[in-house]
Structures are given as C-alpha cells and as structure tokens.
Design a protein around this ligand. Sequence first.
Ligand SMILES: Nc1nc2c(ncn2[C@@H]2O[C@H](COP(=O)(O)OP(=O)(O)OP(=O)(O)O)[C@@H](O)[C@H]2O)c(=O)[nH]1
Ligand SMILES: [Mg+2]
Length: 393
Amino acid sequence: MKLAMIGFGQAGGKIVDRFLEYDDRTNSGIVRAAIAVNSAKADLIGLDRIPEENRVLIGQARVKGHGVGADNELGAEIAEEDIDEVQNAIDSIPTHEVDAFLVVSGMGGGTGSGGAPVLAKHLKRIYTIPVYGLGVLPGTDEGGIYTLNAARSFQTFVREVDNLLVFDNDSWRQTGESVEGGYEKINEEIVRRFGVLFGAGEVGDGQEVAESVVDSSEIINTLSGGGVSTVGYASEEVELNTSGGLLSRFTGGDGGGGDGLDAANTTNRITSLVRKAALGRLTLPCEIEGTERALLVLSGPSKYLNRKGIERGRKWLEEETGSMEVRGGDFPRDEPEVSAAILLSGVTNVPRIKRLQQVAIEAQDNMDDIQQESEENLEELVEDDEDELEPLF
Ligand SMILES: Nc1nc2c(ncn2[C@@H]2O[C@H](COP(=O)(O)OP(=O)(O)OP(=O)(O)O)[C@@H](O)[C@H]2O)c(=O)[nH]1
Ligand SMILES: [Mg+2]
C-alpha cells in the first residue's frame, strides 16, 4: 500500500529516512511521500533522503531550533501552534494517491512524543484515509522522564490514530553496542518488518501475480478497529535461481516436485516460519492469545510459496490467537529468502503497556497531590491575607 509518512522528532525522522532507503533498495513503492517535522534544526539537517522542502522546523519562536529537551508538553504546544506549517508541507503531497498516513515517532523524547498525537488528531479531522501511528518505546535504562513521556504519549497517540503499531526499543537493545550503532540495527529491523507488511499490498506491474496475493484492503481491515499492533517476523534463506535455468536443472530441487521443489518441503518450511514468527521476538512483546485480528504475509520467490502452507499457517494462528479474523496471503519477491511477517492487531495482554499505564496513573496521582497541596497553600495564603485584611474593613 502507498503511505504518506511523517516522521516527528529525531527518531521519527530517522526511521522515515530509512524507509526511503528501503524503498529504493527493494523497489517496494510504499513511501508515496515523506515529511520530517522537528523542533531541532540540526536533526533535520542530518537527514539523508527526505527532500529538503519536506523538512519542517517548528517552534522556532519558542526554542530557536534547539529542540525541546524531552519536555513533551512543550512538544505538544509547539505542534499545536505551528500545525499550519506542517499542513503546508502535507498540502504538497498528492493525498488522493495515498492509502494511509503513517506518523512515526519516538515516544520517550519531547518533540515527537508530544507532537505526533497532535498531528494525528489534526490529520483525522481533515482527511478520510486512515491515520496510523508507528510509536517507538524507549529503553527502560533511559530514565524516568523518558518512561513518563512514553506513558503520556502512548495514551494520547493510541486514542488519536486508527491503529498504533509499536516497536519497543527495550526488548531490542543489545548490550555492548554504542547507542548510535544500536539504533542503526534497530531501525533496520523496524523498516524490514513494517516494510514487508506494507509492501505486500503493493505488488507492481511486471511482478509475478501471487496465488493469493495480499492487497491494501486486507491490511486496512486488519488494522481497523484500532488498538495496538505488534509484528512478528522470521525468514529462511533459499536458492534463488530462475526456473528452467541451468542451476535448477542441475540441482534438480530438493525432492523432485513439479518445478524441482518438493511441495511437502515448501509447506513445512512455511508452517515452521509462521510459528517462529509468532512465537519469536515481536516488535512489542506480548501474549498472542487474545489478539483481535491478524494478517499473515508470506514473501519470497513464488515457487517457494504455496496456498497449502499459507492456509495451514493461518489456521494455526487462528488457534493460537483465538481470533476469528486471521487473514493471509503471499507477496512474491525475487529475493533469496522466504519470510513470514505476522501483524497482530488489537493485542490485549501486553506487560510493557500495563507497566506504562501504571506509571501514568502514579504520575497523575502525584500531580493531583501536588496540585491539591498548592491549592491548599493558596487557600491558606488567601485566608491569611483575609485575616490580615479584615481589620481594615
Ligand atoms: N528505534 C529508534 N529509537 C530512537 C532513535 N533515536 C531516538 N530513539 C528513541 O526515541 C526517543 C525519543 O528521542 P528523540 O526522537 O530524539 O526525541 P525528539 O522527539 O527529537 O524530542 P527532543 O529531542 O526532546 O526535542 C528516545 O528516548 C529513544 O528511545 C532511533 O534512531 N531509532
Ligand atoms: Mg531531538
């Protein structure tokens, strides 16, 4: 499917930049337009691929191009104040050629964390196409302010978008790596997983037509109904030789099926990839049981894909998730691997989110206490004043 991607804040901009690179490399055609919004000038300059005219600096009057320093309320305020500037950039994209918006942001900082939900709300008011969020949760070692920002941002972001796709940095960070090097790898993982999913609905001319190809409406239907989504992924290398070519005649495939491939092997490979994808590391770890809707996308050279494998994988997913709404299909690509990507939409049992919600509630209680305290202080002050003033009247 074709997306208009808007990266909000530094992480958001970097990830959209990587999506453009992925699009170029794989010819997947999912990024119809790319925009970056930030309050930090240096971060916008540091982007590689997003066109310069699509880089929008907000909050100049307030923070002079220096970012908001993880103040997410300030991030939200400047997004509201400068929403027209963001809209100007969006005006230049052909939204009639776009299937959905994808607003991408790191939820732990200030600019993206505060601004992305504001932008999502604005887009929903103006456009009829779906507005999805791709929100990145901070590592738990980043500190309290990042966790608190994420807790707040998550609450509003999930309410404003049609579906919030989540990636949790915390379960993907690797020890012993520099933060930057770590983000490089993490961003690659983000782009691969979401790229395969969104790319599935975008089989172009000249590509082979799949047996049961996934199209954009299936992605949209899986995401509709809202809530939080997570993505599982697994892949296996296969030989990429053109059918009827020299290599395939000599190697004879691995069992002597119709086109040199054993159908049972093909089916078994698919079913085990589906299990690995669903039971392995998800972008947001959770219990898959209780998932409301799911979409299974099998991609790879079409001779390695078959309907039976996909059907079995789909059935297995239905049993494991308990969902009555599991879609599945294939995405033929000439790459030397077969992969299974699984979108689990409307997941309910997510320990990380429960902890974040707890943090938000505690912070709210603290705020209420502080507020009440300051109100009491104020009352006392006024009373004191009244006491003192009384004799005068
Ligand atoms: N996956 C990923 N996460 C990142 C990356 N850069 C930052 N983050 C995460 O995103 C959070 C927010 O950071 P930024 O995006 O830099 O924050 P910002 O929106 O620019 O806001 P301010 O810098 O406070 O103005 C951090 O706490 C990290 O968890 C990145 O390249 N990839
Ligand atoms: Mg920043």
